[in-house]
Design a protein around this ligand. Structure first.
Ligand SMILES: *Cc1c(COP(=O)(O)O)cnc(C)c1O
Length: 360
């Protein structure tokens, strides 16, 4: 097997051990005589897979199942942009939102369909090159932020004080990649495909006392209450992605858990940031405030479009893929999720230094 350094922002790189086990299960699942793709979602083979994935999500985040519940849904994080306000706000209600990147802006546009949005902070005027100062309204039904701005390369390390307003996060691109006090959140949602498995499953972790405030008169597929009560088995869940999510969380536990993985992630990111900072005549970080730089998605530019073209070609030749920045932003983005090996970060850092020496 010849694996390249896959810097793709999502779907992102997965642990090889997980891919190997999952590929076996596609052929035959644990002596069942069937593929994981052929198992009933209401059968004795799948039941423990489902229960274990749910339990592992909570334990990996350090949350207790007495206090939190979880839904494993289809539709991506983008569906949660709408499902969240649908469940918690109505015309006349306010929800606070932080506008710190393109994904957050999409969440805001959906919330505005259901109630009024208080912009608790925005860095749009500077093209989201940093995290904004925050000013909660004090009357929000919840306070929404994006923990890691995947496209722009900023990450929230200090959670805001919301003075009792329930804290809600889109953690799609750094869940299980950074250690936080997750009990500060009342609801966390994340598509799995960045740091937690394949595309197709989105996890929603909800504090039970917050769930009680959700609307009850919604179509069942869009109701957090129904989805949680039915253990995400109201309809056929995304069986295979949930299975791989569970494998991925077991892999994280085997690495020493989220805390250990996070230390490793910071060290990986530092290698690349140090190289960028050492080569200012050619390279620059897209993030204006060093403390806001993401450990997951490292965004940078080169001095000229010409140099960018050459750098991309050299990176490709050296076995690095997925480096071009988001199509709306340009430049480069190195996404180095949990499964991304440190050797790949060393290789990119070395190329940055060498390229700068030759072109600076
Ligand atoms: C990738 C991403 C999304 C979109 O996820 P989908 O599963 O494609 O809907 C939303 N928010 C953030 C922060 C992301 O990184």
């Amino acid at each position: 097997m010849n694996r390249i350094y896959n810097f793709s922002a999502g779907p992102g790189i997965q642990p090889v051990a997980v891919l190997e086990e999952a590929s076996q299960a596609v052929l035959e699942f644990q002596g069942s005589g069937m593929s994981i793709l052929e198992l009933s979602h209401r059968g004795k083979h799948y039941d423990p897979v489902h229960a274990e994935a749910q339990a592992l999500v909570l334990s990996s985040l350090g949350l207790s199942k007495d206090e939190y519940t979880i839904a494993l849904l289809g539709g991506g994080a983008s569906m949660q942009f709408a499902m969240l306000p649908m469940n918690f706000i109505r015309p006349g209600d306010t929800a606070d939102y932080v506008d710190a990147g393109e994904w957050g802006a999409k969440a805001i546009a959906e919330a505005a369909r259901f109630g009024s949005v208080h912009l608790a902070g925005s860095s749009k005027a500077t093209n989201y090159d940093q995290l904004p100062e925050l000013a909660p309204s004090g009357k929000g039904r919840y306070f929404h932020l994006t923990t890691n701005n995947t496209i722009e390369g900023t990450q929230v390390f200090d959670l805001p004080a919301t003075d009792g307003t329930p804290l809600v996060a889109d953690a799609s691109s750094d869940i299980f990649g950074v250690h936080r006090d997750y009990s500060k959140f009342d609801l966390i949602y994340a598509g799995a495909q960045k740091n937690a498995g394949p595309a197709g499953v989105t996890l929603v972790v909800i504090r039970k006392s917050f769930l009680e405030r959700a609307h009850k008169d919604l179509p069942p597929m869009f109701s957090y209450i129904t989805q949680c009560e039915k253990q995400s088995l109201y309809n056929t869940p995304p069986v295979f992605p949930i299975y791989v999510l569970g494998l991925t969380l077991k892999w994280i536990a085997a690495q020493g858990g989220v805390k250990r993985v996070a230390v490793h992630n910071q060290a990986k990111a530092q290698l690349i940031y140090d190289a960028l900072d050492a080569c200012p005549s050619v390279f620059s970080s897209c993030v204006a405030v060093k403390e806001h730089r993401s450990w997951m998605n490292i965004t940078f530019r080169l001095a000229t479009p010409e140099l960018e073209k050459h750098f991309l070609a050299e990176a490709k030749a050296a076995g690095m893929d997925g480096l071009p920045g988001h199509r709306n932003v340009g430049g480069f983005r190195a996404s180095i999720y949990n499964a991304f090996p440190i050797a790949g970060c060393e290789a990119l850092a070395a190329l940055i230094r060498d390229f700068s020496r030759r072109n600076g």
